[in-house]
Design a protein around this ligand. Structure first.
Ligand code: IMP
Length: 503
């Protein structure tokens, strides 16, 4: 006979947090949001922790190298999408690992034989006024000089004037050798009153540029997440089909943590993928698995060797899995059950397996609820897709700026690995979609938005009397709410002024 749950499944919006005593030291400045990403034994330190409990979703519309750099600078991790060729994904991982705060690859480059017309066209295209002149016009070609807007007066020179006639040539440039630290580079910038310092290698090829403005902005990122080589931490999504090819390439490129990306992770294909990784690389390669929504799914993947477990089916903003297939469970109920299973497993084995609540976060306080219910971190798609750093296009629709956001199960993404049945039949294709292609309101820069969300999260934690995530999990008081309580929670029985109605 079929099994029936005795309670309906619940979503985050059906719960609220009830305050605890807020002691005097319970202020947002004292809240520490560090959290484990990978499993660890009681008393030991996890191999990987984050400074903020947020990851960006394994999605084409969310996590490319730009998102990964921006999020790691703020203290979280992006999982670069796997619904692309191995080569393309590896290249994105490499770009994150090569990123050095303050050291940028020159994105505007020309050759000495190019002209003022080329300079003006490039400047108009890129919006950048510092142009590196290299022998082949490549960002890492042999450095010949630099052109900035101080080198030419547009109306005084003919458009066909060769760059060599007005650039600052190498002989007159102040530059530094590769290996210099950011602090040393910054000292040179200040001592010589520069805006930009080129860094070259021993054969005179351009390696990076250091800009005065970037040094200042580097000071904004106290939670930056890096490995022991000071390279940013990056994750990568994998699937249970081409893992024998994809995983070694991602490991070689320096991915710090992998995650099997599937809408339903309770499968033998996921177990096989984990076995392959652990047998090939041992415990040095960390891999999360999922998604699951109950105790059985959790234990199955943990016993297969997963380093963290992702929870959630059908709650994503672009997700239509529940409508299409009738599969899923309310996100809050899923997290609550899996967290209880994790606790039981921890008590029995002394091994703590972090869990990630994936999808369905609408309000910032949902993140606090997910953490309070036992998640160690959350994964967000829609939230990050709204920012400048996401890969989707920014468009003007109906007078408002929007970003594109499409599901991995939409025909646009054609990530059949995620929505297909493992590797049983490589040719099989699902004929229906599990995700939609949508617009979401554009929200600006990641850092500005994340800083605001984090300050709200910290403030809520203080109301709950918690300075850390484990304290929140231990002491949170969570109540179910009636529909009239939800109504009471919004502005009600007042006439909103225009500003508040549209925001
Ligand atoms: P969001 O933060 O609510 O937008 O949810 C993002 C999550 O939705 C992702 O991390 C995935 O788990 C899930 N997801 C991504 N694409 C699809 C899809 O096409 N169908 C169903 N779920 C999806």
């Amino acid at each position: 006979m079929a099994y029936y749950y005795d309670q309906p499944s619940r979503t985050f919006s059906e719960f609220l947090l009830v305050p605890n005593l807020t002691t005097k030291e319970c202020i947002p400045g004292n809240v520490d949001l560090r959290t484990p990403v990978t499993k660890f034994r009681r008393g030991e330190t996890p191999a990987l922790t984050m400074n903020l409990p947020v990851t960006s979703a394994v999605m084409q519309a969310v996590s490319d190298h730009n998102m990964a750099i921006a999020l790691a600078k703020s203290g979280g991790i992006s999982f670069i999408y796997g619904s692309q060729s191995v080569e393309q994904q590896v290249e994105m991982v490499r770009r994150v690992k090569k990123f050095k705060a303050g050291f940028v690859l020159s994105d505007s480059n020309l050759r000495p034989e190019d002209t003022l017309k080329d300079v003006l066209a490039l400047k108009a295209r890129s919006g950048h006024s510092t142009i590196a002149i290299t022998d082949n016009g490549e960002p890492t070609g042999k450095l010949m000089g630099i052109v900035t807007s101080r080198d030419y007066r547009e109306n005084r020179l003919p458009q066909e004037c060769p760059i060599t006639e007005f650039m600052t040539p190498l002989s007159a440039l102040i530059y530094a050798q590769e290996g210099i630290t950011l602090t040393e580079a910054n000292d040179m910038i200040w001592d010589h009153k520069l805006n930009c310092l080129p860094i070259v290698n021993s054969s005179g090829h351009l390696v990076h540029l250091v800009f005065r403005k970037d040094y200042d902005s580097h000071q904004e990122y106290p939670l930056e997440l890096h490995d022991s080589n000071k390279q940013l931490i990056v994750g990568a999504g994998i699937n249970s089909r081409d893992y024998k090819e994809r995983v070694p390439a991602l490991v070689e490129a320096g991915a710090d943590v992998l995650c099997i990306d599937s809408s339903d992770g309770y499968s033998e294909w996921q177990a096989e993928t984990i076995h392959y990784i652990k047998e090939t690389f041992g415990e040095t390669v960390k891999v999360g698995a999922g998604n699951v929504v109950d105790k059985e799914g959790f234990l199955y993947l943990v016993e297969a060797g997963a380093d963290f477990i992702k929870v959630g089916i059908g709650g994503g903003s672009i997700c239509i899995t529940r409508e299409q297939k009738g599969i899923g469970r309310g996100q809050a109920s899923s997290v609550i059950e899996v967290a209880a299973a994790r606790q039981e497993y921890y008590e029995q084995t002394g091994i703590y397996v972090p869990i990630c609540s994936d999808g369905g976060i609408v309000h910032d306080y949902h993140i606090v609820l997910a953490l309070a219910m036992g998640a160690d971190f959350v994964m967000l798609g829609r939230y990050f897709a709204r920012f400048d750093e996401s890969p989707g296009r920014k468009l003007l629709v109906g007078g408002n700026f929007v970003k594109e956001y499409w599901g991995e199960g939409s025909s646009r993404a054609r990530n059949w690995q995620r929505y297909d049945f493992g590797n049983a039949d490589k040719e099989s294709k699902l004929e229906f979609e599990e995700g939609v292609d949508s617009f979401i309101p554009y929200a600006g820069r990641l850092k500005d938005n994340l800083d605001l969300s984090i300050s709200k999260i910290k403030s809520t934690m203080c109301n709950c009397g918690a300075l850390t995530i484990p304290q929140l999990q231990e002491h949170a008081k969570i109540t179910l709410v009636s529909s009239t309580t939800i109504y009471e929670g919004g502005a009600h029985d007042v006439m909103l002024k225009e500003k508040d109605r549209t925001s």
